[in-house]
Design a binder for this molecule. Sequence first.
Ligand code: MN
Length: 254
Amino acid sequence: MRIALTNDDGILAPGLLALKAALAPLGEAVAIAPDRPRSACGHAVTLHKPLRVASVALPDGSQGFSCNGTPSDCVGLALSGHVGPRPDLVISGINLGPNAGWDLTYSGTVAAAMEAAINGLPSFAISVDAFEPVDFAPAADFAAYLAGAILARGLPRDTFLNVNVPAVPPGELRGVSITCQGRTAYDGVIERRTDPRGRPYYWWTGDRSRQPADTGTDMAALREHKISVTPMKLDLTEHAFVSGLGDWQLRWPR
Ligand code: MN
């Protein structure tokens, strides 16, 4: 069994190393990840400059690979067989910071799992609900358990999983919840500030924690200290509006 691991926090991120250690009993796990933090890069791929891959000694002494591209580039390289044979499963994480609600559309972590699904490989993204370094062991253990379940059962076509793990001690975890993507977003506020030379600059701010979380969503599960597992699909079409939009009878106006 071959498992490709990636993330958007960089090849030396502790979450990736914890994931690799937990997966060792399942098979050969190869880590290929960006050579620097690339959080919030979304599904970007590198089309207009060379991709470079370097062998890296990971803190556990094993070999990993760093890449000057994005998480989706890393998945592409793994699936193209450039860091060993094509994997059977792709796991992205463990991300520092939750990927829930509308936020996950910005996520390089989630996009890497999406890239695997596009190429017909089972995959999942996994994140912890903390922005400061935490004990990744509970999330890593769950990742290994879930990887086993996926390898045994497979996933439907065009489908991947998005996992969020509460940042609480294992004894305070209240189980697993199968969830829907919530509507929670950052406030979407960009603040205007002034640099030391008197010129304006702008910086994204926002606090999602104050927003309500609908029942059954990823964010609600995290607040209940439950591991959230959301089945995700690639198709963003709003099928319920296809016929309604057809009623507009849109036409080429000239
Ligand atoms: Mn990240």
